[in-house]
Design a binder for this molecule. Structure first.
Ligand SMILES: [Zn+2]
Length: 431
């Protein structure tokens, strides 16, 4: 932790010093350039960033003027800054997570979030969708990053996720009855359409950017079933129609086939995990244009941890063993059948900064590397309606960029070794 923090501090400081002259440009000399939209890879290009925006893309390696900074990525590949459409920046699951819920205060969670946001940015991710936090801490974290107070990715924040009583995101599952344990819409727990509407309106009041619901059971909650439907279609539709009033999109966590179908029919914009999605579910998603965010890394991670019989609480372990290995096969099938896919990891389950491992799993599941890169750049940018600003490399777009050594089209694992990160006219990592 201290090494990363120190590194962020030094790099931010040097970036500020180097960025002192108003005329100075950052010239990125890229051996290969993948722009996030085209299938074509350009070679030997210079991308020029001035005052945070891309002002030129030229063939060859432009000679710097006085004060310009050159990023030497001649042996690597320049990409748009990456998107992870499913993270939880205010936590990281560990053996002590169950107890941490009772020991950590708001400030602990907020400071953790700052550290994890920094690690995420240094891994090349310049935009994330945070789909459920603690103490709504992703919202002030988003604001602090936007204000330039702390380094981190652009955050599209859901705030507290919405569940039903005893559902996956009911924060009081497993508590002894002596603790106050019947939360309502304010804490993101709903029963019925009135609660559903109120919970969405509360998220608007909190300052959320998007809505997350848990339509079925989940792996890591202290509850028996990881697959059962936990909202009625009526409740889901009430969430979605209310969300539209406030310009929110709705993401639905769903593992079981029935809950997936209810969520799609209820009008959600994305299905998260989708573990036991059946043929009918895939057909419905294509009809409705619903995106699938597979979170393969989370499935892999929980399955790996579950090999240690003492890592998870006893009620969680069988779910981790059941759900973990299933997602990869579902992803392969969904991709083949033509369901729209966006890159998302569920990081927080697994370590922040390891987000790019998802690329390798997507390619193993049959998706071509270029398409996996688009699923983490221009596709989510368009989904979030920010594609006029970011998600691709083009003149006029923000200088949100990531660089990797070598060629991800021949070795996708280079995505896990990001050597260059730029955002907000600041170079956070340079080769
Ligand atoms: Zn999640």
């Amino acid at each position: 932790m201290s090494r990363v923090a120190a590194r962020l501090g030094t790099l931010t400081l040097s970036a500020l010093l180097l960025g002192g002259s108003a005329q100075a440009a950052t010239l990125i000399h890229a051996g290969r350039l993948i722009d996030g939209i085209s299938d074509a890879v350009k070679t030997n290009q210079t991308v020029v960033v001035e005052a945070g925006r891309i002002t030129a893309i030229e063939a060859g390696f432009r000679t710097p003027r006085d004060g310009d900074r050159v990023i030497d990525l001649r042996n690597g590949t320049l990409l748009p800054g990456l998107f992870d459409m499913h993270v939880h920046l205010t936590g990281e699951y560990s053996k002590s997570s169950e107890l941490d819920g009772f020991k950590k205060n708001e400030a602990d969670v907020a400071i953790d979030g700052v550290v994890y946001a920094g690690r995420t940015l240094l891994a090349g991710f310049t935009t994330v969708r945070d789909l459920g936090d603690a103490y709504r801490a992703s919202i002030p974290l988003r604001n602090a990053i936007n204000a330039g107070k702390v380094p981190g990715p652009r955050i599209i924040a859901a705030g507290k996720a919405i569940a039903s009583t005893g559902g996956h995101a009911d924060p009081t599952n497993g508590w002894a009855r002596k603790f106050p344990a019947d939360p309502g819409p304010d804490e993101g727990v709903i029963n019925g359409v009135d609660d559903a509407r109120k919970a969405v309106r509360q998220r608007y009041k909190d300052g959320s950017d998007t809505i997350k619901i848990t339509a079925t059971g989940g792996v890591l909650s202290i509850a028996k079933n990881g697959l059962n439907p936990q909202m009625t279609e009526e409740e889901i539709r009430a969430v979605v129609t209310t969300a539209r009033d406030y310009g929110f999109k709705v993401a639905a966590h769903a593992h079981g086939a029935e809950g997936i179908k209810r969520a799609v029919r209820g009008g959600v914009d994305s299905i998260e995990h989708g573990t036991f999605m059946d043929d009918e579910g895939m057909k419905l998603m294509k009809e409705h244009g619903t995106f699938y965010v597979p979170t393969l890394s989370a499935g892999r991670w929980v399955f790996e941890q579950a090999q240690d019989p003492n890592f998870f609480p006893p009620i969680v372990r069988p779910k981790a063993l059941q759900v973990g290995p299933q997602i990869q096969g579902t992803f392969a099938k969904a991709y083949k059948s033509g369901v729209k896919i966006m890159f998302g990891t569920d990081t927080g389950v697994g370590k922040h900064g390891d987000n790019a491992r998802e690329f390798k799993l997507m390619v193993e599941g049959g998706m071509p590397a270029m398409q996996a890169i688009r699923a983490a750049t221009s596709v989510p940018a368009k989904f979030l309606d920010i594609d006029d600003q970011t998600g691709s490399i083009a003149v006029g777009k923000l200088g949100e960029l990531a660089g990797v050594p070598g060629d991800p089209l021949t070795d996708i694992s280079v995505m896990e070794r990001v050597v260059f990160v730029m955002k907000d006219n600041t170079v956070y990592k340079a080769p």
